[in-house]
Design a protein around this ligand. Structure first.
Ligand code: FES
Ligand SMILES: [Fe+2]
Length: 449
């Protein structure tokens, strides 16, 4: 029988209509996304978000359903929230050697994240500057089609000396500059030094490679000042991504972000997995920051010191992190889930209003590999990562269906859902062309009483 993991990883849901086949009734042909509701204009949606975000948490509600289903709203987000901000694409440990690269398609932009011969990490466009061919569409750029080798024979990462466009064999250096192009000697004033793959603005932060598609965001190091104080103890630049799983998600990208950030659902969706370790009612959220959200997930008192860590706890952490896990959002999509001995990093990208691509990873300090039981412990960690994430996949999938129903109602928020309110305040600030706290006071902390 097909496993749920297989189902979610292989499910393909075309925007707006395909039935799903899976478990727990989700496989019924009735399980379809069908938007029969009246469309709400974009201006009206932005007004509603701002009105709601101005209310205190105690009076706040969820967002209008259309913010999770409207392609027009997604276009606004791409322009004002996602493409205009910084998106984390990869961790440097995924491309450790010069020549290593990862291909990805972010909001319609085919990209390569590459480790250059000079040691620099760059984000290049895969659109050939000759006739717009994708220089490495699936099936090309790998064995038999060019000089690049796929690392595992099929995935989107590999190793190469140069990039070769399969259409007319123009070639490019790892920094994007054109290396050669056959039969171009008669093209008047053609100078290969003027030609190259477009380079996107990128920054490396704490070992992660970020891109800013619009090219005009404030420097990332400035935006993530608060986040850096919170997470630098993990020394993520010295960690390795040791588990990475891709998920095809039949829901809006914000559904995942909101789900990831609140601990309230431990008592429902994770009642057998996370709730016994970190009860929902003990979770609490820090006060508002302009570009990040922090949620603390204290261990139950009966949990041993440093929780259920497999490896030695990281010695540079603030002492409070030995007695809790925590989730962090670097706005708008950089998601970290921390434990005393490891970090889980999630990358979410929208494909359409109701479909997203997700990468879930586990990162450990390089030193953890010296543990004699490393393989065994990692096998266990991988199972756990899949198990609790499947619980999230099920609820997120069902939530998206609710947005299309005429029975949808905007719900009131628990105090444990403060992260959602802070996230909504961020969207509201972006609608005003600013960031939270820059034009009005920060929201208070939700520290436990
Ligand atoms: S389109 Fe790339 S070489 Fe022609
Ligand atoms: Fe969850």
């Amino acid at each position: 029988m097909e496993s749920a993991a297989t189902f979610f990883q292989e499910a393909t849901v075309k925007g707006g209509g395909s039935p799903l086949t899976g478990r727990n009734g989700l496989g019924s042909p009735d399980y379809q996304f069908r938007n029969t509701k009246k469309k709400v204009p974009l201006d009206e949606l932005l007004k509603q978000i701002q009105e709601m975000a101005d209310l205190p948490l105690e009076e706040s509600k969820t967002l209008p359903a259309e913010t999770y289903t409207s392609e027009e709203f997604l276009d606004w987000e791409i322009e004002n929230v996602l493409g205009g901000g910084w998106m984390c694409l990869a961790h440097q440990s995924q491309i450790p050697k010069p020549g290593d690269f990862i291909n990805m398609d972010i909001m319609g932009e085919p990209m390569i994240v590459v480790h250059g011969k000079d040691g620099e990490f760059r984000v290049l466009s895969r659109v050939c500057p000759h006739r717009a061919m994708d220089i490495m569409p699936p099936g090309f750029g790998y064995d038999g089609h060019g000089p690049a080798e796929a690392r595992d024979g099929k995935s989107d990462c590999g190793h190469t000396r140069i990039f070769l466009c399969p259409y007319h064999h123009w070639s490019f250096e790892l920094d994007g500059k054109m290396k050669g192009g056959p039969e171009m000697h008669k093209a008047k004033n053609f100078c290969r030094q003027d030609v190259g793959l477009k380079t996107y603005r990128s920054e490396v932060w704490q070992g992660f490679i970020f891109v800013n598609i619009s090219g005009d965001a404030e420097p990332l190091a400035e935006q993530y000042q608060e986040l850096k104080k919170d997470v630098q103890g993990w020394q993520m630049e010295d960690m390795d991504v040791v588990i990475a799983k891709s998920w095809d998600c039949p829901f809006n990208w914000k559904v995942l972000v909101e789900n990831f950030m609140e601990g309230y659902h431990h008592m429902g969706a994770h009642c057998k997995t996370l709730q016994p370790l970190m009860p929902a009612r003990d979770t609490w959220t820090d006060g508002e920051h302009s570009h990040s959200v922090r949620v603390n997930l204290p261990y139950r008192d009966s949990v041993p010191t440093t929780g259920d860590s497999d490896f030695e706890a990281i010695p540079t952490l603030d002492p409070e992190h030995y007695r809790q896990m925590a989730v962090f959002l670097g706005q708008p999509t950089f998601l970290l889930f921390t434990a005393p001995d490891r970090v889980f990093w999630y990358r979410i990208e929208p494909i359409s209003a109701d479909r997203s691509r997700l990468l879930t990873t586990c990162m450990v300090p390089k030193k953890a590999k010296e543990d004699p039981k490393y393989d065994e412990k990692m096998e266990e960690a991988e199972k756990m990562l899949v198990d609790f994430h499947l619980e999230d996949m099920e609820v997120c999938t069902a939530v998206q269906r609710g947005f299309y129903a005429k029975g949808y109602q905007r719900g009131r928020l628990s105090h444990l859902e403060m992260p959602l309110w802070l996230i909504h305040r961020y969207y509201a600030a972006r609608a005003r062309g600013t960031y939270p706290t820059f034009d009005r006071p920060a929201a208070p902390s939700q520290a436990p009483s």
